[in-house]
Design a protein around this ligand. Structure first.
Ligand code: ADP
Length: 342
């Protein structure tokens, strides 16, 4: 569960538009609100204006029409250097300073803000631990001594250093190999839940968008906003033909990674003992993806399910999984924002 529920709008795009000098319409004039504490993913094909929209927030791109309002103030009325110090920014290849150690990289913004040495060192250590690195081992290293995934973690730590209210992330996990990427995504989701920083994250990957986002904004060419909604609703109720096509045929499979098992999905425990799932018994609250894997590995298609305390609750069958999927799609139909299972 998010540590803080999404609240009032922190960022507002008001008829925001960007036409580049060569006449390319990157963002076609759109209205969008980003709520405080939410993680909003911006997803769409390459060239749909996602990066342009993101960069309007920290003024790396200036709108040609409309406004971008951050915390009640038009960003164009703010000093760009000061504005950027208060906004974390993470890009695909991180852009770590190669001749500075990991610790020095993370200390960049605290240094600019004039934090004293002790406070900065404590913060660097805290952040390295937060992103799963060892301060004593990784702090003194240089970026080239790290793996791609580790560099990306340092990029996230550096962006978080001065406790920004807003983080802008542009394909942050794009350069990480697919296996490492899933681990980073899951970990970043946990970090977001812990810190509650407002995050705008650009990706072209619908799976990443629905896995990470509290809400998902889907874009098409010309910077057109097709839909902004919860992940489950984007998957189960695409607003336009474009969204439907962009999601592709594997909607049910994608729902599996979002929806979780509930007591209502279980059958009573049979007298014959069901075979436990590999990797430990299933529990209520597990993702349906995990349940599906357990069922696939089960010789008889019946898997025991326990409570969090380890008491037997019942069994899961393929019919139960089907019911769970349908329940998840229905349950999200009427809500504006559904809290995610952690
Ligand atoms: P996305 O992030 O969705 O891939 P971008 O925001 O990078 O999309 O680009 C949107 C459109 O604007 C594309 O057609 C791209 O070629 C164009 N574009 C981006 N940056 C510039 C620029 N500096 N000058 C001219 N056109 C640009």
């Amino acid at each position: 569960m998010p540590s803080a529920a999404p609240g009032a709008a922190l960022i507002r795009f008001e008829a925001a538009a960007k036409t580049y000098a060569d006449g390319t319409v990157a963002v076609g004039g759109l209205d969008l609100e980003v709520r405080e504490h939410e993680l909003l993913t911006l997803v769409g094909p390459s060239g749909s204006g996602k990066s342009t929209l993101l960069r309007m927030v920290n003024r790396l791109v200036e709108p040609t029409a409309g406004r971008v309002v951050l915390d009640g103030q038009d960003v164009m009325s703010q000093d760009p250097v000061l504005l950027r110090r208060g906004i974390g920014y993470v890009i695909q290849n991180v852009g770590l300073f190669p001749h500075r150690t990991v610790a020095q990289n993370i200390a960049t913004v605290p240094g600019l803000l004039g934090w004293d040495r002790r406070r900065t060192q404590d913060r660097v250590r805290e952040l390295l631990r937060l992103v799963g690195l060892d301060p004593a081992v990784h702090g003194p290293r240089y970026p080239h001594e790290l793996s791609g995934g580790q560099r990306q973690r340092v990029g996230v730590a550096r962006a978080l250093a001065a406790n920004p209210r807003v983080m802008l992330m542009d394909e942050p996990f794009g350069a990480v190999d697919p296996e490492g990427r899933r681990a980073l995504q899951t970990e970043f989701r946990r970090i977001h839940d812990e810190l509650g920083t407002t995050v705008l994250l650009v990706t072209h990957d619908i799976d990443e968008a629905v896995l990470l986002g509290d809400r998902v904004a889907v874009f098409s060419q010309g910077g057109r906003l097709e839909q902004v909604d919860t992940p489950v609703r984007v998957l189960t109720r695409p607003a336009t033909a474009f969204v439907e096509q962009f999601i592709g045929g594997a909607r049910a499979v994608r729902l599996l990674s979002l929806a979780t098992l509930a007591p209502a999905d279980l059958a009573p425990r049979p007298t014959a003992s069901a075979t436990p799932a590999p990797g430990g018994a299933l529990r209520v609250g597990d993702t349906l993806e995990r349940c599906f894997a357990a069922l696939a590995a089960s010789p008889d298609g019946v898997v025991p399910v326990e409570s969090a305390a380890g008491e037997p609750l019942g069994t899961l069958t393929l019919a139960g999984l089907h019911a769970a999927l349908r329940r998840s799609a229905q349950a999200d139909a009427g809500d504006v924002a559904t809290p995610r299972a952690g």
